[in-house]
Design a protein around this ligand. Structure first.
Ligand code: ASP
Length: 339
């Protein structure tokens, strides 16, 4: 497989699913923008799309802000996207709110069973603003979804002409048009002169799990904070099916919170991640009460290199699949390893 993708060969077919988000938001003066545009509107606003030779089909799937998407939307989306590929699409593009792309894209990466590219994009500037980035992002996403070299890469996130692996990408700025970064690895490719270039192939992490009714499962990410005595964790933790605790640094919590986490980990999977957003949770460097080695010896599961939000997505899907603690630990050891 050559590292570079050629321009999409003639006759490629891509299906675009629109879910809402800033890319599809408009509004009158004085009123805030809300999702209004259809998938057809989004595609019609892209200069140069016809020149790619890619045949684009559109599907209005949801019209929501990213914050209001949920797991049931995603499992329904995977079903619809599979159907599109079964019907002949070479790739799929999803347009949605950027607020949740780092989570939705990773869930889609884990759930997507096909070799065909699944590409998520959005916009930081809505269509009413100067420098709206939606059309350029959609054009780039379509060319990536149509590219044979993007096959077998799982879910990719394309914004600002960069191609990111869903497994690593994060939204790192509230307003900047270059908000999407992969702090641990950087982008896996770029789009230039209409040509996608996959510079490094991300490892594929498809989940081997039968995920049912993910909307009924309760999981959470809870950060520890300065002076935390664990009381909030105890209160919030009861009633959950699984918890990701976002510790300080390499995976530390205050000594006063250790007993609570030990109790919680006895009753449900509790994953130890970091609040930092880059770098791994360690395993055996520190030995004080509340250190990473202490917590892992008490039954917490290491998130490895997964950030706390991605760890929660993985945990949620595994719990929804009915996996026991042994399988959950083994899956985190594999996917969290970062290979
Ligand atoms: N700011 C968000 C966006 O960029 C809003 C949303 O996620 O719907 O799309």
């Amino acid at each position: 497989m050559p590292p570079y993708a050629d321009p999409p060969p003639a006759g490629r077919r891509v299906t675009v699913f629109s879910l809402g988000g800033t890319i599809a938001m408009t509004g009158g003066p004085g009123s805030g923008v809300v999702p209004t545009l259809t998938a057809a509107d989004l595609v019609a606003a892209v200069p140069g799309l016809a020149g790619t030779g890619v045949t684009v089909r559109v599907h209005d799937f949801r019209r929501l802000p990213g914050a209001s998407l949920g797991f049931d939307d995603l499992t329904a989306l995977v079903t619809a996207a599979r159907r599109a590929v079964d019907d002949g699409a070479d790739g799929v593009v999803v347009t949605q709110g950027t607020d949740t792309i780092e989570e939705t894209a990773f869930a889609l990466d884990l759930l997507w069973p096909y070799d065909a590219p699944l590409v998520v994009t959005g916009a930081m500037r809505n269509p009413t603003l100067a420098g709206a980035d939606g059309p350029a992002n959609l054009l780039a996403a379509v060319t990536v979804a149509a590219a044979p070299a993007a096959r077998r890469t799982g879910c990719l996130v394309v914004l600002g002409d960069e191609i990111h692996a869903a497994r690593w990408v994060r939204k790192t700025h509230t307003t900047s048009p270059v908000a999407f970064r992969s702090p641990d690895v950087g982008p896996v490719g770029l789009v230039a002169e209409g040509r996608p270039r996959i510079l490094t192939r991300p490892a594929r992490h498809r989940l081997d799990a039968d995920v049912r009714d993910p909307g009924t499962v309760r999981t959470a990410v809870l950060p520890v904070v300065l002076g935390d005595d664990g009381a909030t964790l105890r209160r919030a933790g009861s009633g959950l099916d699984g918890l990701v605790v976002a510790g300080f640094g390499v995976g530390h919590v205050p000594a006063a919170a250790v007993a609570v986490l030990t109790d919680l980990a006895a009753g449900m999977p509790v994953v130890l991640a970091s609040r930092i957003g880059a770098g791994p949770v360690l395993a055996g460097t520190y030995g004080f009460p509340g250190s990473e080695s202490d917590l892992l010896s008490r039954g917490l599961i290491s998130a490895g290199t997964l950030d706390c939000y991605k760890a929660r997505i993985l945990l949620h899907l595994l719990v929804a699949a009915g996996h026991d603690r042994g399988r959950i630990t083994a899956t985190f050891a594999t996917i969290g390893a970062g290979d």
